[in-house]
Design a protein around this ligand. Structure first.
Ligand SMILES: NC(=O)C1=CN([C@@H]2O[C@H](COP(=O)(O)OP(=O)(O)OC[C@H]3O[C@@H](n4cnc5c(N)ncnc54)[C@H](O)[C@@H]3O)[C@@H](O)[C@H]2O)C=CC1
Ligand SMILES: N[C@@H](CC=O)C(=O)O
Length: 814
């Protein structure tokens, strides 16, 4: 004997019903089949809606019922022909007549009791099961219909009746003996009490009906046919990469279904588990898929965690007070008070200090729970020994489930680490001693992110999704986007990183696509995209709340640097080639560093000094390993090095500067390069990274520009440089006459730093520096006579973009 249950989607239309019958017929070739069916998908909700409308004296229920009638007629006309069709249509019309009368009664009374609602809802399964039995017979199958109300005996708790298993088993045995059918079609969800009054088993109860019948018949197998290919590692609506679990134990299936894996109604497992009947979850629309086999002892696999589930709509109730410590009976009174109100406790935690007990309940139970508990402890509250109950709302449980978690260290560590790195705050934790389930209570708004992060951590060791928000696709930014587009498959294959650019914004427009922007079409799309302020962009990043989010600042904008703190506090990593933040006042720089630590988010700005050269990384390696930087000598301006390497007194100085700008070496405002302030902020950043508390005002800047060049705008700057050509020629000639080269040098020693133009003699480390190169000489306790040297291209959009790219990868792999 086999029991096959077909859910609402599996019988939602004539076509689906045919598929379900075909599956049952195939099974029946092996042994007799009990086919438990739900109502045609959506029918129960329609019936409830009609009943509630009638109770609210809204006559709209008549139209709703007429539409439902029509749906059943249409399915009948497709499934049956000739006399069978006429007979069934007449029967359906008669049943809709009964439903109409019932609703008219509800309308007249203006009241809908649970008992009447059960009666009303039962029509859904009665209609579908009779139709399916008739359709199976019409196909020549040896099918018969059996009334679940004569099989499933319950008490009279309408709405979620409890089953009398002994009577049910007897009734099922009688029916089995008396029925000649090889395929019985039975309505799910419904039963009857001792007076024969119709009851229901709770939403999802058709699964339960099937499990009860399987247990009563001691069936070989219970198959739950649904619209997904088994129980998944996570809710596929939340996690795209969720996959079916092939084999799982009853305990694990129970935990997962209890915690939200809606593919199985939780009470279903108990009856079959008691008899060791295998339970198979299969997909009606992909019957060849393996599905999930729930059994006593599935084969052991290396998977420690089998699935991740969640339940939302949770409120935590915290009972707290010094009066609880060491006094027995508080928990008992708390749970009794909740039980009196029939409030189901979903999760319990108690601190070992016994100072507080925390329970999780359904949000709708929170208000009555609060009243009940505050009443129970009224005396202690009045005496100040206990605080009034404190509800915390808008929470959810996310749970890891797996029998192998037992005795397997490191699972909780990995769970907390993964959530912590993504700024998901854990409000409470519960883990039973059985270690089959580790439950965390988090903000409901974090559920999607948390489940995805955990799915990646436990099921996708080979893939991590990273979400980028890029501000300022100018010279550097657009090169970065090109590089990202080119390297996407490399990142996935070699580093297991699925890098998605979720948003690109400039000062005018913002382009967003949570599933990842097309990195070839973005320039045209951005031009058409809506406007957005920086504040809105910040809110976008925060509100999307995506896992592994990185804000990439490729602007030179001070306001952009102003949003880092806000983002770090939400565990969004920052990668910046914008130097404003790291060279702003020390307090701000230090705050960002400490926020990054506190919220486990990277704040990376390697390109702030020497573009993609490993300058800050090298310095960090030196200091982290205990070395002390005593002195630094450096050429840190690609622009100035290029200018002094290319200026020879023949081509005007201003023209060479224009070329540096055209080649993408200068700042968006080239005056910052020429007046020395870009170099000053770089040496400031290096001094800070070396451990020095310094401000910009501590750096001596010796400018070589005539003051007139710094008055007015950028065009005036170029005009003035042209007008002062003789000044630049004189600088050049003096150096050449001395057999030296001009270098704009940054020096740091003993907590003091200065930048300025120098004539550098041949043989000096800074002398032979080509093109737009930078060089940094580190003199430390370990590098005393000969410095540690970092040298190479120090400006240019392509190399800078590659440095930003490298920082993105560092942040992603944290
Ligand atoms: N060019 C180079 O060699 C290097 C550049 N950098 C840094 O890279 C950054 C970018 O430089 P470039 O790409 O050359 O500049 P750019 O001027 O070409 O690009 C900057 C982009 O930022 C956008 N932007 C400005 N303010 C904005 C705001 N408030 N909101 C949104 N977008 C805004 C602009 O629309 C533009 O698209 C600068 O901070 C520079 O210091 C760092 C190392 C080397
Ligand atoms: N404008 C800068 C670019 C890198 O920071 C330079 O010229 O070095």
């Amino acid at each position: 004997m086999q029991v096959l249950k077909f859910g609402g989607t599996s019988v939602a239309s004539a076509e689906n019903i045919r598929k379900s019958i075909a599956i049952a017929a195939k099974a029946a070739a092996q042994s007799p089949v009990v086919m438990v069916v739900s109502a045609l998908g959506g029918t129960t909700d329609v019936l409830i809606g009609a009943g509630r409308a009638a109770a609210a004296t809204d006559a709209g229920y008549c139209d709703v019922l007429a539409q439902l009638h029509e749906r059943h007629r249409a399915a009948t006309q497709e499934l049956l022909a000739g006399a069978a069709q006429h007979e069934k249509l007449a029967a359906i019309t008669a049943q809709f007549g009964e439903i109409q009368m019932l609703c008219d009664g509800i309308f007249a009374l203006g009241e809908l009791s649970n008992r009447t609602l059960d009666k009303l809802m039962s029509y859904g399964e009665l209609l579908s099961s009779r139709l399916i039995a008739a359709a199976a017979k019409a196909q020549g199958l040896p099918a018969g219909w059996a009334d679940a109300r004569q099989l499933i005996r319950t008490n009279s708790r309408f709405g979620s009746a409890e089953v009398d298993m002994a009577v049910t088993t007897r009734q099922v045995a009688d029916m089995k003996d008396s029925s000649p059918a090889h395929i019985w079609v039975v309505p799910g969800f419904i039963g009857a009490d001792a007076h024969g009054t119709t009851t229901t088993l709770g939403r999802g109860g058709s699964d339960y009906t099937a499990a009860l019948l399987a247990a009563a018949l001691d069936a070989e197998v219970l198959e739950i046919w649904t619209d997904v290919s088994g129980m998944m590692t996570a809710d596929p609506r939340l996690v795209r990469s969720a996959r079916p679990i092939a084999r799982i134990s009853y305990q694990e299936a129970m935990e997962l279904s209890h915690f939200g894996a809606k593919v199985l109604y939780p009470p279903t497992i108990q009856p079959v588990m008691q008899r060791g009947i295998p339970l198979w979850i299969k997909n009606t629309f992909a019957p060849d898929d393996y599905g999930t086999l729930v059994e006593v002892e599935p084969p052991r696999t290396p998977a420690v965690v089998q699935g991740i589930s969640s339940i939302g709509n949770l409120t935590l109730l915290n009972l707290e007070g010094s009066g609880m410590i060491g006094i027995p009976g508080f928990s008992k009174r708390l749970f009794e008070a909740l039980a009196r109100e029939r409030i189901n406790v979903i999760l319990i935690t108690q601190s070992s200090s016994e100072h507080s007990i925390c329970v999780g309940v359904n949000a709708q139970d929170a208000a009555p729970a609060q009243v009940a508990v505050d009443e129970e402890f009224a005396t202690e509250i009045a005496a100040g020994r206990i605080e009034p109950l404190r509800p915390e709302k808008e929470l959810a449980i996310v749970a890891l489930v797996g029998e192998n978690m037992k005795d397997h260290p490191g699972i909780s560590g990995k769970l907390f680490g993964a959530l912590g790195q993504n700024g998901v705050n854990i409000r409470a934790i519960a883990q039973g001693a059985s270690e089959k389930n580790i439950s965390t209570v988090i903000r409901a708004a974090d559920v999607r992110k948390a489940i995805n992060v955990l799915h990646e951590a436990f099921f996708e060791a080979t893939k991590k999704q990273v979400n980028l928000f890029i501000l300022g696709p100018g010279n550097v930014g657009s090169k970065l986007l090109e590089q990202l587009a080119r390297q996407q498959s490399h990142l996935l294959e070699k580093l297991g990183l699925q890098v998605r650019v979720v948003a690109i914004a400039n000062s005018r427009h913002c382009l967003v696509d949570e599933s990842g922007l097309d990195l070839t079409a973005w320039p045209e799309e951005l031009a058409q995209a809506p406007a957005q302020t920086l504040e809105e962009f910040t809110q976008l990043i925060i509100s999307r709340n995506l896992r592994n989010s990185i804000f990439v600042d490729v602007t030179a904008n001070p306001a952009a640097a102003g949003i880092y703190a806000n983002l770090l506090e939400k565990s969004v990593a920052i990668v910046a080639c914008n130097k404003v933040a790291a060279s702003s006042d020390y307090a701000h720089y230090a705050q960002l560093k400490s926020l990054a630590k506190e919220f486990n988010a990277s704040y990376l700005f390697e390109t702030n000094v020497g573009a993609a050269l490993p300058v800050i990384g090298t310095l960090n390696d030196l200091t982290r390993s205990g070395d002390v930087v005593r002195r630094m000598e450096a050429v840190l301006s690609g622009t100035l090095n290029f200018v002094f390497n290319n200026y020879d007194g023949h081509r005007p100085f201003a023209e060479v500067v224009r070329q540096a700008q055209a080649e993408g070496y200068t700042e968006p405002d080239p005056r910052l390069d020429l007046n020395g302030s870009d170099v000053a902020r770089k040496i400031l950043i290096l001094a800070r990274e070396a451990g020095q508390v310094m401000e910009m005002s501590d750096i001596e800047i010796e400018t070589f520009l005539p003051p007139a060049c710094l008055e007015g705008d950028v065009e005036a700057f170029y005009t003035q440089m042209a007008a002062h050509e003789a000044h630049f020629k004189a600088l050049y000639d003096a150096a050449t006459a001395a057999g030296k080269r001009l270098k704009f040098v940054a020096r740091y020693a003993d907590g003091r730093a200065a930048v300025g133009l120098q004539q550098v003699a041949s043989g000096h480390d800074l002398y032979d520096l080509r093109g737009k190169d930078n060089v940094v000489l580190f003199y430390t306790d370990r590098y005393v006579d000969q410095p540690l040297v970092v040298k190479g291209a120090g400006a240019g959009a392509e190399v800078t973009a590659s440095g930003v790219f490298a920082d993105i990868i560092r942040a992603a792999r944290l």
